[in-house]
Design a protein around this ligand. Structure first.
Ligand code: UD1
Length: 365
C-alpha cells in the first residue's frame, strides 16, 4: 500500500450521506495516518459545516438535485452541472487522488463522473435498500459498490456489489455505560424514563407536531424527552425546552443521546436504522412518506420483520399512537425483547469491510 495514500470522498445534502463518508475517512486515517483526505460536497449544504467539524477539509460544488415536478430551479440545473463538472476536473487535477469514494447525494455525481472518465478507481457506498438516483447512474461505471441490503443487487451489477452494511461512526460503536455522563450533558433527571425523539438529520415536521400534541401526556407519565426538532423547525418548538423536555435543533453528541435513552422514536433513514441496530434499544419507527419509492418504510420493515422494532406510518399516528406507544413503554418484558432482537441485526464491521475494498482497489493499480 502506498504510504501517501490520497483519497477524495464525496457525498452530502443530508446527514445520511455525510456521516458514512466521515466514518470511512476515520477508518482510512486510522489505518493510514499519512493519508491525505479531501471531501467534496455541495455549497450551502450541511456537509460544509459538519465535515470541518469532524476535522477534514472540504470543497463545495455549485450543484443541487432536479425537482421531480416542473420547477424554475430545473432551468439552471444544466449550468450548475457544467460548473460543477469543471470544478471537479480542477479538484481532481490538483489533488491527484488514488481513489474517489462516493456516498450518494448530488455532489458525488459530477465528481465521480470526472474520476471515472480519468480512469481513477472509484467506489460507491449505497445506504438504502432502494438506491438513490445518483448512485443508480454511477453504478454502471464505478469499480466497486458497497451496499447494506442484498436487494440492491437487483438494481446494481451483482458482480461488483459487495454487501458490507452501512458505516457507523466509531463513537457509536462503544456506547458502554456512559448514561450518567449523558444525563449530565442533556441536564436530565437521573433514573427517570427517557424517550429520545429523532427526525433524521433535517428533522421531521409530522413527528414534531405529534410530540407537541402529546407533551402533557408524557408529563403525566413522568417521562422526560430529548427532542431533536431539526434546524428548520427549532424556532417553532424551542419554547417547550425545560428540564424534562430537552429541545435540540441538532444533536452533535449522538453517542450521548443514544446512551441517555430508554426508548427511541425515529425516522427510518438508512443510517439511523443501522445505528439503532448497534445501539440496541427499543425503537418506534415513523418512516418519512416523502422519500423516493417509500424507501424509509422498507428500511424499517427490514427490522420489524424480525420483531425487532415497532413501526407506525404517519397516517396511523392520530388513531393509534396514544394507545400503542404508552402501553409499549410500560411493558418491560416487551421492551427487553425488542432491544435484544434489534441488537442481533447490527453490522458493526461495515466500515472496516468497506475500507478493505478501498485497499483492494488501490493495490490493484
Ligand atoms: C428525508 C430524506 O431524504 N432522508 C434520507 C436521508 O436521511 P437522513 O439524512 O435523515 O439520514 P440517516 O437517517 O441515514 O442518518 C442520519 C444521520 O444523522 C445523524 N444525526 C441525526 C440527527 C441529529 O441531530 N444528529 C445527528 O448526528 C444520525 O446519527 C445519523 O448518522 O438519507 C438516508 C440515507 O441515504 C435516507 O435513507 C433517508 O430517506
Amino acid at each position: 500500500m502506498k504510504k501517501d495514500l490520497r483519497v477524495i470522498l464525496s457525498g452530502g445534502g443530508t446527514g445520511g450521506h455525510i456521516y458514512p463518508a466521515i466514518a470511512i475517512a476515520d477508518e482510512i486515517k486510522k489505518r493510514h495516518p499519512q493519508a491525505e483526505i479531501l471531501f467534496v460536497g455541495a455549497k450551502d449544504r450541511m456537509e460544509m459545516e459538519k465535515v470541518p467539524q469532524a476535522g477534514y477539509k472540504i470543497e463545495g460544488l455549485w450543484i443541487s438535485g432536479v425537482d421531480r415536478s416542473f420547477s424554475l430551479k430545473n432551468f439552471i440545473f444544466p449550468f450548475k452541472l457544467m460548473s460543477s463538472l469543471s470544478k471537479s476536473r480542477k479538484i481532481i487535477k490538483n489533488f491527484k487522488p488514488d481513489i474517489v469514494i462516493g456516498t450518494g447525494g448530488f455532489a458525488s455525481g459530477p465528481l465521480l463522473r470526472v474520476a471515472i472518465s480519468n480512469g481513477i478507481p472509484t467506489l460507491i457506498q449505497e445506504q438504502n435498500s432502494l438506491p438513490g438516483i445518483t448512485n443508480k447512474i454511477l453504478a454502471k461505471y464505478a469499480d466497486t459498490i458497497c451496499a447494506a441490503y442484498e436487494k440492491v443487487k437487483e438494481v446494481f451489477p451483482a458482480n461488483k456489489t459487495v454487501i458490507t452494511g452501512n458505516p457507523v461512526r466509531q463513537d457509536l460503536l462503544k456506547l458502554g455505560e456512559n448514561r450518567e455522563e449523558a444525563d449530565q450533558y442533556f441536564g436530565l433527571t437521573k433514573n427517570k424514563k427517557t424517550v429520545l425523539i429523532l427526525g433524521g438529520s433535517l428533522g421531521a415536521r409530522r413527528i414534531n407536531s405529534l410530540i407537541e400534541t402529546f407533551l402533557q401526556r408524557f408529563k403525566e407519565e413522568d417521562i422526560q424527552l430529548i427532542w431533536q426538532t431539526g434546524k428548520l423547525y427549532y424556532e417553532e418548538y424551542k419554547k417547550y425546552d425545560s428540564p424534562s423536555v430537552r429541545v435540540q435543533q441538532f444533536i452533535n453528541r449522538m453517542d450521548l443521546a443514544y446512551a441517555a435513552a430508554d426508548v427511541i422514536i425515529s425516522r427510518a433513514g438508512a443510517g439511523s436504522v443501522s445505528e439503532l441496530c448497534i445501539v440496541g434499544k427499543p425503537v418506534l419507527f415513523i418512516p418519512s412518506p416523502n422519500v423516493a419509492e417509500n424507501h424509509q418504510a422498507k428500511n424499517a420493515m427490514a427490522v420489524t420483520e424480525h420483531d425487532a422494532a415497532m413501526m407506525m406510518t404517519e397516517d396511523e399516528l392520530t388513531e393509534s399512537f396514544d394507545t400503542c406507544f404508552f402501553s409499549f413503554i410500560k411493558d418491560e418484558r416487551r421492551l427487553a425483547q425488542m432491544a435484544s432482537n434489534i441488537k442481533k441485526l447490527a453490522l458493526p464491521d461495515a466500515t472496516s469491510k468497506i475500507v478493505n475494498e478501498v485497499e483492494k482497489l488501490v493495490n490493484k493499480e
